[in-house]
Design a protein around this ligand. Structure first.
Ligand code: NAD
Length: 500
């Protein structure tokens, strides 16, 4: 029997085997083949990773901007050169199609490119002569050891949201990848070291609840970035802020797309099908509810036809649109929610259960599934399905559609499809959601902006990349300085608060 490889920890610049007794299999969701075993790190291994990061911070924080920028220039080149290999690892452990896996790596690569521009990002401000001979200026200084906790659905992009910007701003980092698909993340970490990130600046521990709690509690960790479900993110936010850390949590979603009757029909149906069923619906910005306004309600048969035409299969097969769900547990959860949708009285306009996928009979496949007549109060609407399930709701007017979206607690993403500038502008003004698409179904901002989910989809004030994350990973120090010429005349003791 071939030996199953073990996923390593990265501590102090060395990839090491964990001494733990607790392991979990990393499984190919299309075949159930065990690809590797991932350790749940011990408490002392977490301590060692944090200690290595703390030690490395003393020198890394003083490294020149140019040196830091050049490491990320090299890193972006290495990621490009290894794109095919990275996508193949990602598809094997996560399931999404190879082109979509390349997209996952690419959206992370864009953050790495942005990190290389740090010379223009981590700039302070200066005001000359705030009082006579007095200048005030700001320094944006790194915090120290920062940590990141990532979900399974973007195992390349989301780790790359975190450690490049944390490290390029002068911090050191401890990453806790998803235990479900840590292999592509580890390959990215190997490449980061190859690009020149020094020993101890980037560390990786694996595990679940116990390791995450240890990160939240650790006195030497200054900031935590989390991406994952609302339940775990809320716990992480509360626990880590209680321990005095700066925390940002990007969490679950229920993204609505409003379809106006004047929308370009073909473009809209293509966009809805791609954004609802791509990545098997396992995107935090997937469209999970389409609100059909007025005459657009007639488009359901065409939308069903479009969805039915998508090919379900292993992500490695050519022409496949919808890969498997990440795990058997995810398959069971999505299947149960489809059953609940039926039981709650929604109309199953397209049933994607039990698709036939020759050669991959054991895969966790659910095909595109569409419920019509969905209303709040139904489980399939109230819960995040995180599968290839699109709910259709009806509205008589744009106002009614906006009211429905704004009544939903989540605020990750939303979109409107229309040819009317006036309707789009109303939507952009009145919708209470942090990321808005206008004829764009998945409006994830590129890294010169920040990811700005809102309301129940987000805790903490600053987003995970873009300008906001430079603030997240730095402490602003404001210096007020006066230098005396030998000829400066002394004016005696100043007992007031005024600068004189
Ligand atoms: P998850 O919350 O189960 O896991 C996220 C991380 O938390 C993992 O590293 C996991 O090991 C850890 N974890 C799991 N259970 C824990 C517990 N009880 N205590 C402490 N830590 C725990 O999320 P997931 O299933 O991996 O990812 C899917 C979720 O992530 C969806 O809800 C999706 O919407 C969300 N997500 C949000 C964004 C965003 O930017 N808003 C992006 C991607 C995914």
């Amino acid at each position: 029997m071939p030996t199953i490889p073990t996923v390593k920890l990265l501590i102090g610049g060395r990839f090491v085997d964990s001494a733990t007794t607790e392991w979990r299999d990393v499984i190919n969701p299309a075949t159930q083949q065990v690809l590797a075993r991932v350790p749940f790190a011990t408490a002392s291994e977490v301590d060692a990773a944090v200690a290595a990061a703390k030690d490395a911070f003393t020198t890394w924080r003083k490294t020149s901007v140019g040196t830091r920028a050049r490491i990320f220039l090299k890193y972006q080149q290495l990621i490009r050169e290894h794109m095919g290999e990275l996508a193949a690892i990602l598809t094997a452990e996560q399931g999404k199609t190879l082109p979509d896996a390349e997209g996952d790596v690419f959206r992370g690569l864009e953050v790495v490119e942005h990190a290389a521009a740090i010379g223009n990002l981590q700039l302070g401000e200066l005001a000359n002569n705030v009082a006579s001979g007095v200048d005030t200026y700001t320094l944006m200084q790194p915090l120290g050891v920062c940590a990141g906790i990532t979900p399974f659905n973007f195992p390349a992009m989301i780790p790359l949201w975190m450690f490049p910007m944390a490290i390029v701003t002068g911090n050191t980092f401890v990453l806790k990848p998803s235990e479900q698909d840590p292999m592509v993340t580890m390959r990215l970490c190997e490449l980061a070291l190859e690009a020149g990130i020094p020993a101890g600046v980037l560390n990786v521990v694996h595990g679940g609840e116990a390791v995450v709690n240890a990160i939240c509690d650790h006195a030497d960790i200054k900031a935590v970035s989390f991406v994952g479900s609302t339940k775990v993110g809320t716990h992480v936010y509360q626990r880590a802020t209680l321990a005095g850390k700066r925390v940002q949590c990007m969490m679950g979603a229920k993204n609505h797309a409003i379809v106006m009757p004047d929308a370009n029909k073909e473009q809209t149906l293509n966009a809805l099908a791609g954004a609802s069923f791509g990545a098997a619906g396992q995107r935090c910005m997937a469209v999970s509810v389409a609100v059909l306004v007025g005459e657009a309600q007639q488009w359901v048969p065409d939308l069903v036809a479009k969805a039915r035409g998508l090919k379900v299969g292993a992500g490695t097969e050519k022409g496949v649109d919808v890969g498997p769900l990440v795990s058997c547990a995810a398959f069971d959860r999505v299947s149960t929610l489809i059953e609940r949708g039926v039981a709650d009285g929604a109309t199953l306009a397209l049933d994607g259960r039990q698709p036939v996928v020759p050669g991959y009979e054991k895969g966790n496949f659910v095909g595109p599934t569409i419920f019509a007549g969905v209303k709040p109060g139904m489980a399939v609407y109230d819960q995040e399905v995180f599968g290839p399930v699109l709910c259709l709701a009806n509205a008589d007017s744009l106002d009614e559609a906006i009211a429905l979206v704004n009544a939903n607690p989540n605020g990750n993403g939303t979109a409107i499809f229309t040819q009317s500038g006036a309707a789009a502008r109303r939507f952009q003004e009145d919708i209470d959601v942090g990321q808005v698409g206008i004829n764009v179904p998945i409006p994830v901002p590129v890294p010169m902006f920040s990811f700005t989910g809102s309301r129940a989809s987000k805790l903490g004030d600053l987003g995970p990349y873009g300008k906001q994350v430079v603030l997240f990973y730095t402490q602003t120090k404001t210096v007020t300085a006066r230098w005396f010429d030998d000829s400066t005349v002394a004016h005696g003791v100043n007992t007031t608060i005024s600068l004189k």
